[in-house]
Design a protein around this ligand. Structure first.
Ligand SMILES: C[S@@+](CC[C@H](N)C(=O)[O-])C[C@H]1O[C@@H](n2cnc3c(N)ncnc32)[C@H](O)[C@@H]1O
Length: 226
């Protein structure tokens, strides 16, 4: 019948949508791709309905393709006979593992319907956590910045996968940006850190993002000024 891709939100069980909770309540099996998504799902679903999927820690494309094929073979029978959900942190359609599963299911198990239930993405949750306003008409660009990378150019950047904060920070500051970091925002697992001091985030933590704004950007939304 249906495989639902359900966005769990950033990691706080209270930020799962009502629709997401309803789907998790109704499906036969809730498949989780990792420890963090499993622990969030467990706040809504009994362990007896959780299905774990194993993925190798590799960038080898052939190995990954094989892992997704095997995950799709595990999930497909449940989704053919009943309903299943695959959960991801944030939103399933934003930089997410769900895209791989969806493509593999569509190719090898065309009898399964796929439906996406959106989640609160860190792309939007960061604004509340960092107390940033992206005003109407402003540009906001999403990029990745792993391993000390620092893509520059746009006025405002949200950077994912900031795994080497000190090196990325130096490059961003040299390029004229003011930067704030958010680690494990709205997450129950681990410590949430919000800071503009890169030395506080010298250790690597995958769940780190950065908001970078050009120091010279015109951010004057002076509606009430005379
Ligand atoms: C593969 S992307 C997944 C994005 C997710 N699908 C979403 O919509 O938020 C993973 C990156 O998102 C960012 N991220 C996701 N959740 C986060 C959180 N709760 N706090 C801080 N960063 C987060 C981190 O930069 C992390 O490296």
């Amino acid at each position: 019948m249906t495989l639902y891709g359900v966005g769990l939100g950033p990691g706080d069980a209270g930020l799962l949508t009502v629709r997401g909770a309803q789907v998790l309540d109704e499906v036969d099996v809730v498949y989780t791709p990792g420890r963090l998504s499993r622990s969030v799902a467990l706040e809504h679903v009994p362990e007896s309905r959780i299905g774990d999927l194993e993925f190798p820690m590799t960038r080898d494309e052939a190995e990954l393709r094989q892992a997704w094929k095997s995950a799709a073979s595990d999930v497909a029978p449940t989704a053919e006979d009943g309903d299943a959900a695959f959960v991801t942190l944030g939103d399933p359609n934003v930089y997410s593992t769900f895209g791989h599963l969806r493509r593999t299911i569509e190719r090898f198990h065309p009898g399964v319907d796929v439906e996406v239930v959106p989640g609160v993405s860190s792309v939007t949750a960061f604004a509340a956590a960092l107390d940033v306003e992206i005003a109407a008409g402003s540009e906001l660009t999403l990029r990745e910045a792993s391993g000390g990378d620092a893509p520059v150019g746009p006025d405002r950047l949200i950077l994912f996968k900031v795994t080497d904060v000190p090196v990325t920070h130096e490059k961003l500051v040299d390029a004229g940006y003011e930067v704030t970091y958010g680690r494990r925002l709205f997450m129950e697992q681990g410590e949430t850190v919000i800071t503009d001091d890169p030395t506080e985030l010298a250790d690597r933590d995958y769940y780190t993002l950065a908001y970078a704004e050009r120091a010279d950007v015109d951010d004057d939304h002076a509606l009430f000024e005379s």
